[in-house]
Design a protein around this ligand. Structure first.
Ligand SMILES: CC(C)(COP(=O)(O)OP(=O)(O)OC[C@H]1O[C@@H](n2cnc3c(N)ncnc32)[C@H](O)[C@@H]1OP(=O)(O)O)[C@@H](O)C(=O)NCCC(=O)NCCS
Length: 150
């Protein structure tokens, strides 16, 4: 029987396990380690970090940013990071994480969710396109910009 996956806040009880989360080695160039993202969350008030928990296990991490006043449209409401544990990929958890961000974005009154990704063989492009993001054609900091209408 599979345990239910819950979207949870980062707490004193789970933060070390969150930092231990690893993607597949070939995916590492495409996403920052969770510890780096959490350090950024500490200094950016607009960051919205969440964990995917399966029982006591941390199986995923997602961090969005909500900053309606950002001068760059792509940074007003977007996914900054998404890491699904190597052993837990391919089970719909990435989709659950994106849906959790989309729900929070809608709750805050947004109608568009953006994401930036680096193109590449082991990168997340096909995943985001499968979830309905479309490429805007922009390149920011060497990464493609994708947008999902909410
Ligand atoms: C990209 C990533 C988040 C996907 O997570 P996941 O849990 O394996 O994805 P899901 O199981 O939720 O897949 C959702 C859908 O996308 C599809 N998909 C996922 N990865 C895919 C890939 N590499 N190529 C094609 N389709 C893919 C799935 O088949 C599924 O389609 P379905 O709903 O029709 O069955 C995960 O591989 C990961 O953590 N990668 C490393 C870090 C990274 O690149 N993060 C993004 C930084 S911007």
């Amino acid at each position: 029987m599979s345990t239910e996956v819950v979207v949870a806040e980062v707490t004193a009880a789970n933060v070390r396990k969150a930092c231990d989360l690893r993607v597949h080695p070939e995916q590492e160039p495409f996403v920052a380690p969770v510890a780096v993202s959490l350090a950024e969350a500490y200094v950016y008030p607009s960051a919205w970090p969440r964990l995917l928990m399966e029982g006591e296990e941390v199986v995923g991490f997602v961090m969005a940013g909500f900053n309606p006043d950002d001068e760059v449209e792509a940074f007003r409401c977007g996914i900054w990071r998404l890491n699904i544990s190597a052993g837990a990929q391919g089970r719909g958890l990435g989709r659950i994480a994106v849906e959790a961000v989309a729900a929070e974005a809608r709750r805050r009154g947004n109608t568009r969710l953006t994401v930036l990704w680096e193109p590449g063989e082991a990168g997340p492009e096909a995943f985001y396109l499968r979830l309905g993001f479309r490429e805007t054609g922009e390149i920011l900091f060497g990464e493609k910009v994708g947008v999902l209408e909410l």
